[in-house]
Design a protein around this ligand. Sequence first.
Ligand code: HEC
Length: 139
Amino acid sequence: MLRILLIFAAVILPMSVFIFMGKNQEARELVIPPGIELTDAEKEGKILFKQKGCQTCHSIFGTRGGYGPILDRVAKVRDEKYLHKWLFDPKSVRKTAKMPRIKLEHAEIDKLIAFLQWVNMVNEEVDKIEKKEQEQKKG
Ligand code: HEC
């Protein structure tokens, strides 16, 4: 129960603040809810996500990329093997891919995938909290 409350405080509150600031240009910065620990690989993946420009095209936690799809839950529908192939060269997966090939080392790709999996995990935790809240409302 305490864990749920902590996740709520750490995730939902900053997220609502962030959505509220959504109209502000500066809010484009990728914001990771504080209080949720990332492993080293996930942390490096988060840095790479910014450094390699993923963030300019893709949205995570409500940041607005705009050009590419929202990646909040991509790790749920795509497995590691698929993601690795895609990130190494999108056109090797789909000839018509619009995403450019970004020069990445295999180790960097693994870190990006770890980060995307972490993002999906956070979103699933939020889903659970929301579901619980809805059930409580129903009584
Ligand atoms: C210039 C814009 C752009 C950049 C930069 C970019 N992407 Fe994409 N990405 C796209 C578009 C557009 C798609 C949708 C599929 C396509 O290419 O047609 C996509 C799709 C994806 C997918 C989903 C693939 C699938 O088939 O489900 C993943 C995962 C992804 N991008 C991750 C990344 C990561 C990680 C980075 C940074 C290393 C990145 N993207 C950088 C534009 C971009």
